[in-house]
Write a protein that binds this ligand. Structure first.
Ligand SMILES: [Zn+2]
Length: 188
């Protein structure tokens, strides 16, 4: 088991912003890479990881949904997408931040399994659909922070914690007010 250090922005801009190379031959080096990717993803509590995130500029992606087995896609690409939904996501390569992005509702990705067979994964309106787009973006040098709906929709953990505290305080206050006057309106 080898957990490799995570490439992060801005330090590892070069590998995270590069279009990764296609895998030409699935050999022992790819098997070893995939093992390290799965170990590294699990150690970081992620649901997906792309090879550039551990510093390897190759088109390899692993995804592991809760309560499902991990799977590997070699040279994956999105072959079909439709619909749009606004969701908040984060990235192991941008620790401490969350941002709002538009993702497709339905996604079909095509790639190869570790034994060289073509695989197609279809997902709709779930974390898998989101992960397919997020990870396949990674191998094309795209990080989700490039796609946030607007600059003020990217939040640092500090901002989010402050916001949560403010919401708790507002809620506590609202409860106090509600005791005083049951008719009081919530202002947002
Ligand atoms: Zn990511």
């Amino acid at each position: 088991m080898t957990v490799r250090p995570m490439s992060t922005l801005p330090a590892d801009e070069a590998v995270l912003r590069a279009v990764a190379k296609k895998v030409k031959r699935i050999d022992d080096s790819i098997y070893a890479l995939v093992e390290d990717m799965i170990d590294s993803m699990r150690a970081a509590n992620g649901v997906g990881l792309a090879a550039p995130q551990i510093g390897v500029s190759l088109k390899v992606v692993v995804i592991e949904m809760p309560a499902a087995s991990p799977f590997v896609m070699i040279n994956p690409e999105i072959v079909k997408r439709s619909g749009a939904r606004r969701i908040t996501e984060g990235c192991l390569s941008v620790p401490g931040y969350l941002g709002e992005v538009i993702r497709s509702t339905r996604v079909t990705a095509k790639g190869m399994s570790l034994d060289g067979k073509e695989i197609r994964i279809r997902a709709e309106d779930d974390v898998l659909a989101q992960a397919l787009e997020h990870e396949i973006n990674h191998i094309n040098g795209i990080v989700y922070i490039d796609q946030v709906v607007s600059p003020d929709r990217l939040w640092s953990r500090e901002e989010l914690e402050a916001r949560a505290r403010a919401a708790d305080e507002a809620e506590a206050k609202a409860e106090t007010n509600a005791e005083d006057s049951p008719e009081s309106d919530d202002d947002e």
